[in-house]
Design a protein around this ligand. Sequence first.
Ligand code: DGJ
Length: 737
Amino acid sequence: MTKITFNKKKKMFHLQNEYISYIFEVLPNGYLAQSYFGEVIDVSNDENFVIQQNRPMTTYVEDKLSLQNQPLEYPNFGTTDYRRSAFDFELEDGSRITDFVYKKHIVLDQKEALQGVPNTRESEGVKQLNVYLEDELLNTILILKYTIYPGLSSIVRSVEVQNNGNQVIKLNKLLSLSIGLTDQYSKWIQLSGDWARERHVIERSLSYGTTSIESITGSSSAYHNPYVLLTTEHTTEDYGDTVSVSLMYSGNHVISSEINAIGINRIQAGINPTGFSWKLEGGASFQSPEAILTYSNKGKNGNSIQLHRFIKNHIVNPKWNETRPLLINNWEATYFDFDSKVLVEIATEASSLGFDLFVLDDGWFGKRNSDSVGLGDWVVNEEKIQGGLEKLVKSINEVGMDFGIWIEPEMVNLESELYKLHPDWVVGHPRRRMSLGRNQLVLDFSNADVVDYIFDAFTSIFDSINLKYIKWDMNRSITEPFSVSLTSQNQGEFYHRYILGVYDLYERITTRYPDVMIEGCASGGNRFDLGILYYSPQIWTSDNTDGLERVKIQYGTSFAYPLSTMSSHISAVPNHQIGRSTPLRFRSDVATFGTYGYELDPRGLSEKEKSFIISENEVYKKRQHIILKGDFYRVANPFETDEASWISVLPDKCSALAGFYILTEKPNRGPIRVVFKGLSKDKTYTVSSTVVNGTYSGAYLMNLGILFEPSFNGQVIVRDSVGDFQSYLFDIKERRD
Ligand code: DGJ
């Protein structure tokens, strides 16, 4: 049930469904003020949400109402509000003062498709509110768009600007949302890191002034994911109010908080204004990406579960919700050193181990024998792939495996035919130094000719092979942001036009090959965001496949993204990224909580390892629906303790899978207790694991949990798995008899 109402007397909008209310009102001076976002409430005519009383020593216009202390909904620049504006328009006379006030609104019974940027998807029962703000002097309209879906506690916001006047407006900033929350949201959780340690959980206390995370790398970046969770001082993993902000965008972003002197917390999110300036001609319009606000009063887990459901239902293409291929990738097995014979050997071995899909990673094209050559030359290297790709794919299919391929469409090496032919197709200034990253330059995807060329290069290969999967990589950040294809007036558009070019290529490839699944990747998880997830149902979570590091990375990632989006593989030890060795069982039990696969050479495995992998693959296939469709609860936090645990529970609460991990063992440990979450307290469950098998009530499992002996008590070794890196999975099923 979704409803959008407008109280004419109070000029108050109320968006609501079963779970949430989002209320804002038109102030007497025409500006919009946020009134409430939280658990669904009834509103009569008497409520007074926004206190409009003026305060001493403020500035005001004739109506005497200062904006300085109002929880404004989408604030102008250059008026009586001294906080960060939501937009910044530079006019032809050099002024930046704007005065957008309420003009009208419409309510739609569907989700309006946005131009250029990926959209949250249409769905039954969805409602959209478009509020039109106008600056009469500019003859320009801002359309604030709000979407509410049934059964989920999220509101989607975006903004479109329509220049109906004659002058050119320079958009120096156009955020997707701005909202004035109360000061109860005093804690801020961000997912930050670097290559090989993406999305670690960082918590900060908010105070007066500004707090923000940003990216200026040209991608959403491993440094700061475009997601923030706001909680109260007392919110825990399972109790208390939370609001999360997620931006559906893969380029430069910003999410910020600004708390003013009376405690209003202005939260903003959108395209990073640094380096951004869009020339909007008369008659033209510009659409911001969407941002998603999610509320839960059931703590951090509650917020994640709502957001995960939203992503699975309305962002990821639903056709990928049912199942994912169990894949093996040759990257860490061979790096650049392979030929068809080796690949077919790997695929043959992998097929006998129960894998579905073989992924040919980097090195199959041009003169690509190292990472300094060949990017851009999308022609199969017949010295390695003897007889061509068609022949290779046929051989791989013959051994019972589907075929997937690695590409890095946005890049070029200096040493490549493409760069020799089109040196003007790279990002950079012709008279300045050009920085390299992984020996490569970035192709100028703001130039449609480049995107067309790359599209044609790939279709001429993909059209002739039986392709099931693409791994779309992107291995460096943008520097020297300049495009020779843009005029001096349009250079500020480069970063955004680049990412629109990326989306355009994604759109064209997914349209032409609707049955090919794309996995996003950017040196691991350097571009893990909702924009990419719109096209790719899963993303390579990190290059770091070490079991211990993956516990942390997957735990952090789970705040903002469901397990179904986290591509997680098992690799050989010592691990190639950190040099650590962890048991195969541990690596597998961690990778199980994601879309499972391997990247190692199966030809060198012992018989014991092979039979382990065969049985793990079979078991994963039986558990996969719980991973893809379950609600995920974090239980023990690996950033705070030497243990980690989590559980995925199907929404009907009939089946669940839990993981418990001892990261570093402690001496003389007492009995181990594992507590579960998310089950039904009234149901009876059977629990199967390597340590405990039995029947328990949900209430028992969620309160007392199950107890078992530690592996080693200083004298007696109880089971094989001893010391650091122990792992235990628990299959939990409702008993019906
Ligand atoms: C970076 C990716 O994250 C790796 O998985 C691999 O595909 C390499 N690129 C290949 O160059």
